[in-house]
Design a protein around this ligand. Sequence first.
Ligand code: F6P
Length: 409
Amino acid sequence: MNGNVIVGQSGGPTAVINSSLAGVFRTAMDRGAKKVYGMRFGIQGLLDEMYVDLSDYIKNELDIEILKRTPSAFLGTCRYKLPAIHENQDIYEKIFEILNKLNIECFIYIGGNDSMDTIKKLSDYAILTGQTQKFVGVPKTIDNDLALTDHTPGYGSAAKYIATSIKEVIRDGNGFSYKKQLVTVIEIMGRNAGWLTGSAALAKGEDCEGVDLIYLPEVPFETEEFLKEVRALLAQKSTVFIAISEGIRMADGTYVSEAGGGSDYVDAFGHKQLTGSATYLASLINHEIGCKTRAVEFSSLQRSASHLASRVDINEAFMVGGAAVKAADEGDSGKMVVIDRVSDDPYQSATGVYDVHKIANGEKLVPRNWINEKGNYVTEDFIDYVRPLIQGDYPCVMVNGLPRHLYLK
Ligand code: F6P
């Protein structure tokens, strides 16, 4: 490599997004990059010429190891939609002026489906105007909804946190089960795809009964049917645990979250913030059935719990970061790195690259045949798919009793 590399992080963070950043940095240095720049707050910050030289922050092996274990976007993130090329050429001219000034050869963007739109547009513009930079995307999202990759880094660790926390919530609730009824509703992220909510099924095992019901956004939510299921369960047992996606919605498309008041905030991609579905359903049960209820919303905890990250996930996140630099250095552009599952037992994976035009802005949903007929639990195929992704741990570097993070002020 003769020139420099620039890397950015975009969209909702994960517990392992910085492991991908570490993978980008390591491979870029190994391949002879003179400098590895980091965009502050993704493409939005770059437009304001906000970037850092990563060598100022990652100075040795220990820094790499701490970065791999640091949750959230070390460089800062954004939800920013580039306009179509014909709508605003000035923005593209500005970005390429900055890239040329910094002698950038490889532009690496770590993100989900909206972020891959940025790779798509920049690589298209480069071809259109005869620029030589290569643009490659690194997959990332707890939602696991990117097409053409077996799964996305960030998903396995979030699934591990959810299954672990649900086991703990069930332990807590069951302690009160003598002569008292309790229904706990647990809300999990994932706007349109129920991959993460489905991972609640992993809580069930030899030492835990698991959740009773799981509702994904892929199946329309029916309130009366839901209350009927809860009543039937309460006739047999005193504690009931229900996992719901933040994105569950009725047949007419109304989010349950909206029925509960929700939030009016809408991001640059037109996504309404989803929150409060568990609180709404818990109070509905309380009102209609009369028993005690509790609502648990994991919110940002589920995507920042690096203390519970899966080793498989951290290692794969590092691997895809490195693979993106290698692909760009070898001439690929307008591509995203994907993870291919090579085998389940033992679990093995490898990387490939795919045309980002087939991935950007799309959403891979849970197949209907991985959800039971009633639409209130996932199947064994689903559980077999996710279980390998939560395996192994990656102990934190502890200082004064707390995990140490790498921090960019
Ligand atoms: O992009 C992943 C994600 O965590 C989704 O699961 C969730 O709906 C969304 O981000 C929340 O985004 P924000 O933190 O911007 O509200």
